[in-house]
Design a protein around this ligand. Structure first.
Ligand SMILES: Cc1ncc(COP(=O)(O)O)c(C=O)c1O
Length: 403
């Protein structure tokens, strides 16, 4: 395994992508889902070689990504996609919107399960659908899908379910049993399931990610999955994602997509994704170990400095969903934390109503930065501040998208 650690702070500050460019230099950026680690060596080599040969044109229709992805899913998850249809596009968000456009009618309700990745609200709007929110339910051992409420939403006319597997912001992969139940329910009510599996490669080795389409014939009959190497290998700016369909109906949907949808795939993204899926696992294992160490550290730091803040350790991803309600900082603790501690977290209310009082912290950074952030946050006294602004409750009221 390759040991992976954060780039030095001067390198990070010289980066021009969102995480290190959005805020003033006195702010510790722990919001957007970018990692502070250097790129995997196989990806660096693939990109340098492409630049050297001037290989920055359009992605060729015969390209090596589908085979590289099939090899990865077989090795990593024993998921055989040899007869599946794979179609690339620019990013996971675009894949979701393009599928939704074809499986819903204008205004159709589409289920999402807050607290959930904030842009899901916007993607439904972009596809012309309406939001049917079915909040996750407290199952005692964490927030899980609420099957009774899902069935009610399906019975009330939902046309599709945008599933987040593993779930962002909780970092929880859904179990095989849960996914089978989703597929059975979806089949009973004629609902299309789109499983966003972007965080799947970031599942820790002691946890299990189950691909939605692998669980049953009913899952395949009406389901899609959308994958990308962009989160796990930190290449979101290169624009490449893969839509997956296996059942007859979903395959037809992908086959009938306008040529332009695949044409928007980034060439560098395709080349980097091939390198990631083919030769990038050793680096990713190192990243998973660095994340696990930071999760241990976060646990210790919270106990020591912020004992009222509670959380559940994620099994997948580098995002920690922190419950600040015991600290008395109102519905949007991230706002106060940014203002008073100069630490940028993702505001909980953006994740839907159940996000009030929460914030999401990106811990894919150096242990030193994580420790500094927690110490800064802990220096804010508990309880309301004199300058407390009005409570924010809805995603539409937030200043910037969280990704
Ligand atoms: C669950 C989920 N889906 C989609 C995305 C965005 O992916 P993309 O940049 O490929 O659209 C993210 C980004 O963090 C995410 O967490």
């Amino acid at each position: 395994m390759t040991a992976v650690s954060s780039d030095p702070i001067d390198v990070l500050r010289s980066r021009t992508s969102e995480k290190w460019a959005e805020h003033h230099s006195d702010v510790l950026p722990m919001f957007v889902a970018e990692m502070d680690y250097p790129l995997a060596e196989p990806i660096r080599r693939a990109l340098h070689a492409a630049v050297d040969r001037g290989d920055a044109g359009y992605v060729a229709s015969a390209n090596p990504l589908p085979d590289a992805f099939r090899g990865y899913t077989r090795r990593r998850w024993h998921w055989d996609l040899s007869s599946a249809t794979l179609l690339t596009t620019a990013d996971v968000s675009m894949g979701i919107v393009e599928i939704l456009r074809r499986v819903t009618m204008p205004g159709s309700p589409v289920v999402i399960t807050p607290p959930v990745y904030p842009p899901f609200f916007d993607l439904l709007a972009e596809a012309g659908a309406s939001v049917a929110a079915v909040p996750l339910r407290d199952a005692g051992d964490g927030l899980r899908l609420d099957f009774a409420a899902l069935e009610s939403a399906f019975a009330a006319g939902a046309r599709a379910f945008l599933l987040c597997n593993p779930h962002n912001p909780l970092g929880s992969p859904h179990s095989r049993n849960e996914l089978e139940r989703v597929a059975d329910l979806a089949a009973s009510y004629g609902v299309t399931v789109i499983s966003d599996e972007i965080h799947a490669p970031l599942t820790q080795p002691d946890a299990t990610f189950t691909p939605y389409l692998s669980v049953s014939a009913s899952a395949r009959a009406s389901g899609f999955a959308v994958h990308s190497a962009s989160k796990a290998w930190n290449i979101a700016g290169l624009k490449c994602a893969i839509m997956v369909a296996e059942g007859e109906g979903p395959v037809k949907v992908l086959d009938r997509m306008p040529f332009e949808v695949a044409w928007r795939t980034g060439q560098f993204g395709m080349l980097a994704s091939v390198a990631a899926y083919t030769d990038g696992q050793e680096w990713l294992d190192g990243v998973l170990e660095a994340i696990a160490r930071n999760l241990d550290l976060l646990d210790r730091l919270l106990r020591e400095h912020l004992p009222e803040v509670t959380w559940r350790r994620p099994d997948a991803s580098y995002l920690a969903w922190l419950d600040f309600r015991g600290r008395g900082w109102g519905s949007d603790p991230a706002e106060r934390i940014l203002r008073e501690a100069k630490v940028a977290l993702s505001p909980g209310p953006g994740f839907g109503e159940p996000g009030a009082g929460f914030a999401r912290m990106n811990i894919a950074c150096s242990p030193e930065l994580l420790e500094q952030a927690i110490r800064r946050i802990a220096s804010i006294p508990p309880g309301a501040s004199a300058a407390e602004p009005g409570a924010r409750t809805g995603p539409g009221e937030l200043p910037a998208p969280t990704t």
